[in-house]
Ligand binder design. Structure first.
Ligand code: LLP
Length: 419
């Protein structure tokens, strides 16, 4: 369920007409529905309410401060993967004791920053990182709480670029070797071994890979407990998929009941790191048609949003629904929606049956709330777009469109070039 619906012929976000926002803030822009964000967050957390759990929103999917603040107010934590994400999370008021830090390449200064900030747990991904973290903690005279991220070698049955739990992927520590890593870590004086984690991939539309991963982690926990290593946190990562086109992913309730059924270890705290399932369908990207052109072979609709604004179609060939902001009765055509960037991979939709959009018209690129703005760049020196949040009958710009000045901020021309 989301709150982007037509009233008569106009697309609304909650009670605000999308065209009205476009008039005020210009295009392109990302638009999020507060009610949808909240509803998705609550659906997820409610599904686990009968067990001890912590929802650590995976903020790489959407790291806007207002979005983070909203979830923090609902009691949520975050999953971070960089010092920059930690900075944002703290700024948004996320409780450090609800922050878990994953990623294969954590820099020493970021480890220090996170330890200084008293985060809940480091999900470590290599033996060198274990040693590095112990060294950092020793220097800081603190203990770092860790989980080892296991690579369970499970096929998540999703796009290869977003599979993370197969043995050929760079993530985690091979499940066959992880027992040795645990015993090594348990002997290090500045580490507190407390958790086990995994994240097998993203946009999963089936439950069985999650359940299989959980089974493997449970076996591992038993073996560790046998060796005197107690586990308090089981972090199952994120990955639950959403409907972009015709996918029929399980509802968070079904996902939760499959996990709870398998979990059956009541003294653990279950950590989940959902990203896309919370924010994906809570946001759209609004663009304006600049031109159309057709050759005998092809028809193009050229819009003012591009691959730098929404990279998913170019990078993964992802499908995003395209809807008019104002419906009109007209023919449908097969066309590509392309942006102004000088790359043939700059498209938002390919060979799609679409309304015959005309210059000046607005369109909504649906399901863009996850990995949309957060993956955007300045390529072709395009300022990053605005982000807007609607709540009821009001809208708020939660990130101003970048200016040209913002874009060159920090660039310096050395003296030898200034003559
Ligand atoms: N936890 C960890 C450790 C992760 O690496 C990720 C996503 C998540 C949680 C959240 O996964 P989600 O619930 O959103 O599936 N840019 C790609 C997706 C990359 C996912 C990376 N890791 C896309 O646009 O499809």
């Amino acid at each position: 369920m989301h709150h982007f619906n037509y009233k008569e012929k106009d697309l609304y976000c909650e009670e605000v007409q999308v065209a009205e926002i476009a008039d005020a803030v210009g295009t392109p822009f990302y638009l999020y529905s507060h009610a949808t964000l909240l509803q998705h967050f609550k659906a997820f957390t409610d599904a686990f309410q009968d067990i001890r759990h912590l929802i650590c929103f995976s903020m790489k999917s959407n790291s806007n401060l207002s979005v983070l603040k909203l979830f923090a107010q609902e009691g949520g934590g975050v999953d971070i993967v960089s010092g920059g994400e930690l900075f944002r999370a703290l700024r948004a008021g996320v409780d450090p004791q609800k922050i878990v830090y994953s990623g294969v390449g954590k820099k020493v200064e970021d480890l220090e920053y996170a330890l200084r900030s008293d985060i809940l747990m480091f999900n470590v991904e290599s033996s060198q990182e274990i040693l590095a973290l112990n060294g950092v903690a020793e220097r800081m005279k603190k203990k770092a709480t860790i989980a080892i991220r296991i690579n369970p070698d499970i096929d998540p049955l999703t796009h290869p670029y977003v599979s993370t739990g197969l043995k050929e992927n760079k993530f985690g520590i091979d499940i066959k070797r992880s027992f040795e890593e645990y015993t090594m870590a348990a002997e290090l004086p500045y580490l507190r071994v407390s958790g086990i984690s995994c994240h097998i991939g993203s946009q999963l539309t089936q439950l069985s890979p999650f359940v299989d991963a959980l089974k493997k982690l449970k076996e591992h926990i038993k073996r560790l407990e046998g060796a005197g290593i107690g586990i308090d946190f089981l972090d199952l990562g994120g990955g639950l998929g959403i409907t972009y086109d015709r996918e029929e992913p399980p509802h968070p309730k079904e996902y939760a009941s499959a996990i709870k059924k398998e979990l059956d270890m009541r003294d653990l705290t279950l950590i989940l790191e959902p990203g896309r399932v919370i924010v994906g369908n809570a946001g759209i990207l609004v663009a304006k048609v600049l031109y159309t052109k057709a050759s005998p072979e092809k028809r193009f609709i050229i819009v003012d949003a591009a691959m730098n604004d929404l990279m998913r179609p170019s990078l993964y060939g992802s499908f995003h629904g395209i809807e008019p902001v104002r419906m009109r009765d007209r023919e449908s055509v097969k066309a590509d929606i392309v942006g102004p960037i000088c790359e043939s991979s700059d498209f938002l939709a390919k060979d799609r049956d679409l309304d015959a959009f005309e210059p000046g018209e607005l369109m909504a690129v649906m399901s863009s709330g996850a990995y949309g703005f957060s993956m955007s760049s300045n390529y072709n020196s395009r300022p990053r777009v605005a982000e807007v949040m609607v709540k009821g009958a009001q809208y708020f710009t939660i990130r101003a469109r970048e200016t040209y000045e913002d874009m060159i901020q920090g660039e310096v021309i050395p003296d030898f070039l200034s003559q």
